[in-house]
Design a protein around this ligand. Structure first.
Ligand code: COA
Ligand code: MG
Length: 285
């Protein structure tokens, strides 16, 4: 089953109004944040509100993920305990550096319901040199997704968030490759310019080009554009169907490469076309 994760909206779990609003928003998933978006004084309240929100539900088709504080902080253990008890779809953990960190968090989820997955933030300089090992930990843990943390990465690198994201191109591409090598979902980082619709759409398209499944968001006004960009376009789906139909022709049965609408299509493109059509069908396109 293909689960859409085009638009994944963060909200501070300390903000009950935002949580209530999320129950009616058109995003594919929500992340109740206990970490960066919550001030130290509000950590306990946020934890209780996140657990209560997960327990009471009402989010419909949307997946519900809770981002916890790291185990190196005073709140990490209690956050994890609260989330696994409440039974979120996934727990998102910050600042992992290597496969050992994945194992450590996974160990804490021992008593969580089977369906609760482990998602990790890719946001430290050190983790960039262990991406393969981190992704490979999916074989022996609940790990199922990478989420780019471009704000923390910028902070650690001392990099500027330029319009074309040049300082992060290496990290973005390698993270996608590591995720794909091990069958993980991967989501792009957030765009801080809440009122910059044009810049946001450009960065969404860049994420799509990179191969991300979707993007993490910080404001409801980013959802519609994000869904549109990460939904396969009608022309793309039509071309994919043409590739599938062409390879199904008896005269093409023994061929590896053919011409479809003026372009070369190989059997690798057939596999890509089948995947695209499956995604489009899952989205009802
Ligand atoms: N999720 C759900 N609802 C949200 C929201 C979010 N991330 N951000 C804003 N809203 C709601 C507001 O509650 C408000 O609802 P109302 O009209 O019913 O009052 C409405 O959308 C408009 O909000 P607005 O006034 O434009 O936002 P703001 O200026 O108050 O807040 C932020 C701006 C950035 C503080 C806020 O959007 C936010 O907290 N974003 C998420 C931050 C986060 O989780 N970061 C962690 C990962 S990087
Ligand atoms: Mg972070």
């Amino acid at each position: 089953m293909i689960r859409p994760r085009r638009s994944v909206l963060y909200m501070p779990a300390s903000n009950p109004k935002a949580i209530e609003k999320a129950r009616g928003l058109d995003c594919d998933a929500i992340i109740l944040d206990l970490e960066d978006a919550v001030a130290p004084e509000a950590k306990e309240t946020a934890r209780a509100q996140a657990a209560e929100a997960v327990r009471s539900g009402g989010f419909g088709r949307r997946e519900v993920i809770v981002r916890v504080n790291g185990l190196e902080t005073p709140w990490g253990e209690a956050d994890l305990a609260a989330v696994l008890e409440a039974g979120a779809d996934a727990v998102l953990v910050p600042k992992v550096n290597d496969a050992g960190d994945v194992a450590r968090y996974d160990g804490r989820l021992g008593r969580a319901p089977e369906r609760t997955r482990l998602w990790v933030m890719i946001e430290t300089c050190r983790c960039l040199f262990h991406l393969e090992g981190i992704a490979a930990a999916a074989r022996t843990s609940r790990l199922s997704a990478f989420v780019m943390g471009t704000n923390d990465l910028a902070k650690e690198m001392g990099a500027r968030q330029t319009p074309g994201r040049e300082p992060f191109l290496g990290a973005l591409g390698l993270s996608v490759a590591a995720a794909r090598a091990h069958g993980l979902v991967i989501l792009d980082g957030v765009y801080n310019g809440i009122d910059d619709a044009e810049g946001f759409e450009r960065i969404c398209r860049q994420g799509l080009d990179f191969g991300f499944d979707g993007k993490t968001l910080i404001h409801p006004n980013q959802i519609e554009t994000c869904n549109r960009v990460f939904t396969p376009a009608a022309e793309e789906v039509a071309f994919a169907r043409a590739v599938i139909a062409a390879f199904a022709q008896p005269e093409n049965a023994g061929k590896g490469a053919i011409r479809v609408e003026g372009r070369m299509a190989e059997r690798l493109h057939l596999a890509q076309a089948e995947k695209l059509v499956a995604v489009a069908q899952a989205l009802g396109v």
